[in-house]
Each structure stands twice: as C-alpha cells, then as structure tokens.
Ligand binder design. Structure first.
Ligand code: ADP
Ligand code: ASP
Ligand code: MG
Length: 412
C-alpha cells in the first residue's frame, strides 16, 4: 500500500480538540487506501516555554541538558496523538526519536540526521497501524538525546518520508499553502499551487519560515514531494516537487525577507592577494559561516570588506575578525545589526533578463538604499536598512505581480 507521512506543526497540535481532529483526518486517508505515518511537533508555545525555564536558571546552560528538556515537548505530543488515534479506532504506536532509530551527529541543539533505521516503523505500518514519531529530536550513536534546530519537525518528517519511500509528505500547518510572500506582510499575496524544490530551497534559505530548509534538502535528494496545507480546513495546499514545464514563464515566484543577520565591516586593509583568505580562514576555524560578502577599494590604495553572519554568531564572529584585523593593521572594524536581507526567487530568472534592474529600480523609487547584493541562478538578494523591510517586500510584491487582486497592502 502507498505510504503518506502527515506532519502536524505546533498550532495543529495546540489543543486536544485539534489533535482529535487530526486523528479523524488520518483515519480518512487510511480509508482512502493509504498507510499513514505521523510526525508531530510540540504543542504551540511549548518549546519556547521549556527553553524559557532553562534560560531563567542559566541562559548559557549546557546544550545536552537543553536538548533533554526541549525534546520533552514532542514526547507529550506523540502520546496524545496515539491516544487520539486509539479513540477513533486506529491502532497507533508512539515513538521517540531513539525508539524510531533516528540517529544524528553529536552537535547538541543543531544536530543533523545521519541515518534512520525505519524497521520498527515499517513493522507497525505492515500491521495496518500508524507509527507516531516525535519530530525535532534524534539520538547519537552513544544514546545521547539531541535536537535538530528550531522548526526542525519539518526535517524529521521529510527524512522519515524518504526512509519509508513515502508517496508524499503532507505538512499540516496554520497557513493553507506557500504564498508568494509572507501573508503576514503582504495581504492578498498569491498562493502558489506548485513550486519547485530549488525555488523552495532558496525561499526557505532566505527567511521564509514556512518550511525548514533542510526538510526541502531531504525532499529534493530523495524525490519525495512535499505538500504544505492547513489542518484547519479541507482544501488543497501547495505542492513542492520537481520543476515542471511552464514554471519558467513566471519571472518571480516568491519574495522573502530575513532580519536574522548582521553586517561586519573591516576598513583599511591591504589590497593584495591572500587578505580575504586570511579573514575567512579565521572565521571558518571557529566554525562560523558567512553569507554575503562585498569587497571594494577604499582610500590610499587600501581595501574595505563587509560580510554578513547570523546575529546568534555575531559576538564570536566579531572576536575572530578583530584577531585578523589586528594582524593586518586594519583601520577599523564596525558592526551593523539593523539590516535586513530581501530576496526575490524564481526559476524564470534563468531565461529572462532585466530582473535585477527591475528590482533595483523599484527599491530606488522608494528611496531604499542597497548596501550589498548577492545572486544565484534563481535568486537575487539585497541587504538594506531593517526599517525598510516591509516597504521593500510590499513594493516588490506589487511590481512583480505577486498580489492576487490588489486588495491593498497591510500597513507596517
Ligand atoms: P508550524 O508550527 O506548523 O511548523 P510555522 O510557524 O513554522 O508553522 O510556519 C508557518 C508560518 O510561516 C505561517 O504562519 C506564515 O506566517 C509563515 N510564512 C512565512 N513565509 C511564508 C510564505 N511565503 N507562505 C506561507 N507562510 C509563510
Ligand atoms: N517544537 C520545535 C520548535 O518549536 C520544532 C518544530 O516546531 O518544528 O522549534
Ligand atoms: Mg515550522
């Protein structure tokens, strides 16, 4: 029988009524002839509540203990979901990640899945039952509990769907699909019936938090289609799959923004070979990754360099930069935390010219200054002043025709 994976996010697990309604939906897919495996998040707000307790004692508490604590949220959810399934007459068995064989690397709070031994899940499915697996968590080879980063239940679900060879992974959330722009910023943004893996990867990586980026990596690698849909209503969502004919006709598919990065600038460094290598080797040696980079000539034949890092890495990145800056006798190191990255994404860019010019003109006409630019084959990102984020997203949504009917835009 074909297998479907259902993943329920925090809001969809928010109350016992919602959990029971999910059980009915699972029962309906079983009646349609599917075997269903379920992956659940903690109840809405629970992960924040648990980590808040740790922070109240010590914000720098150990990653190992934070993982034991945070993973408890999903353990509550699997049991409640299994109980709800029993209530509607379905055999179900709850599994923590360690029981489900989800093995990760040992990096607490940001572990990556190494392998899944799906044998136990399969044996439940073969008997017509529903395995209910805790998302967000894993276990190391040494039986240590890990978590996979915030929002990672999506990734657990996609990885389990891949391991089970599922026909599709349905991600049930509080929006009815993927929109061309965050519906909380752009009212009337177009809902996408379909989007390619590559576009969704770029959108998730550029700040669209509807799916965790790594879930799309798994889905693409193992060719599992994902569907984002709401658990609040019965209607079709957005299918994330291989690129299909016609997708390239649309110039821009989506717009996203990201306020989680900060910019570090180093002024007055020698303009000669090997300087950039020294700066980024120092950052890499601390395990710090950099997103956008710009280098240009300054005064007196010296060079200036700017790059962005995530705010959570900022202190470590500044320390590492200052070490090299001192060696290079740089004039100054400065930091700007009030920046935002705004990106437009679309496979149509591969075959249409002038997209960048149109984006920069739209921003210029609103008086928005661009600090940095980076591109991929299907994405253009700019760094701007954080205060202009919403204005930039709304302006671009309008100019690239991503608003369904022009209902007007939400004011900031
Ligand atoms: P869950 O708890 O179910 O995992 P999330 O809060 O992680 O849900 O993700 C859903 C949210 O993603 C939506 O409420 C929405 O505000 C936000 N979002 C951001 N960008 C988009 C987009 N382009 N399309 C749809 N939702 C988006
Ligand atoms: N409960 C976890 C979190 O809040 C994982 C998830 O929701 O995907 O980050
Ligand atoms: Mg989520």
């Amino acid at each position: 029988m074909p297998i479907l994976v259902h993943k329920y996010g925090g809001t969809s697990m928010g109350t016992t009524e919602r959990i029971l309604s999910n059980a009915h939906r699972i029962a309906a897919d079983i009646r349609r002839g599917y075997n269903v495996a379920v992956v659940v998040s903690a109840m809405a707000g629970e992960t924040n509540r648990l980590l808040g307790l740790a922070d109240a004692i010590d914000p720098k508490s150990s990653g190992r203990e934070r993982d034991v604590l945070a993973s408890a949220g999903e353990q509550v959810s699997i049991a409640l979901m299994a109980i709800a399934l029993h209530k509607v007459g379905i055999e179900a068995v709850s599994f923590t990640a360690s029981q489900a064989g989800i093995v990760t690397d040992p990096f607490h709070t940001r572990a990556k899945i190494k392998s899944i031994d799906a044998g136990r899940l399969r044996s439940v499915l073969e008997k017509g039952g529903v395995p209910v697996v805790a998302g967000f968590q894993g276990v190391t080879d040494d039986m240590e509990v890990t978590t996979l980063g915030r929002g990672a239940s999506d990734t657990s679900a996609a990885a389990i769907a891949a391991a089970l060879g599922a026909e599709r992974c349905d991600i049930y959330t509080d929006v009815d699909g993927v929109y061309a722009a965050d519906p909380r910023i752009v009212r009337g943004a177009r809902k996408l019936a379909r989007i390619s893996y590559d576009e969704m990867l770029e959108m998730a990586g550029s700040g669209s938090k509807v799916l965790q980026t790594r879930s799309v990596v798994f889905a693409k690698k193992y060719r599992v289609p994902l569907q984002v849909l709401t658990s609040f209503e019965d209607k079709p969502g957005t299918l994330i799959s291989e690129e299909v004919e016609g997708m390239e006709e649309i110039l821009v598919t989506g717009i996203c923004s990201d306020k989680t990065e900060a910019r570090i600038s180093v002024y007055g460094i020698p303009d000669q070979p090997g300087i950039a290598a020294q700066v980024f080797e120092q950052l890499a040696s601390q395990g710090l990754s950099v997103d956008m980079i710009v280098q240009g000539k300054g005064e007196d034949g010296l060079a200036n360099m700017s790059f962005t890092v995530t705010k959570s890495d900022l202190n470590d990145a500044v320390k590492a930069t200052e070490v090299v800056a001192k060696k290079l006798k740089a004039r100054q190191v400065s930091v700007d935390e009030k920046i935002a990255k705004v990106s437009i994404v679309g496979v149509g860019m591969k075959s249409h010219g002038g997209v960048a010019a149109k984006m920069f003109r739209a921003l210029a006409d609103k008086g928005i200054n661009i600090y940095m630019i980076s591109t991929s084959e299907i994405r253009i990102s700019v760094v701007i002043d954080e205060d202009y984020t919403e204005l930039a997203v709304r302006t671009l949504a309008k100019d690239f025709d991503l608003i369904e009917e022009d209902e007007g835009v939400v004011s900031a």
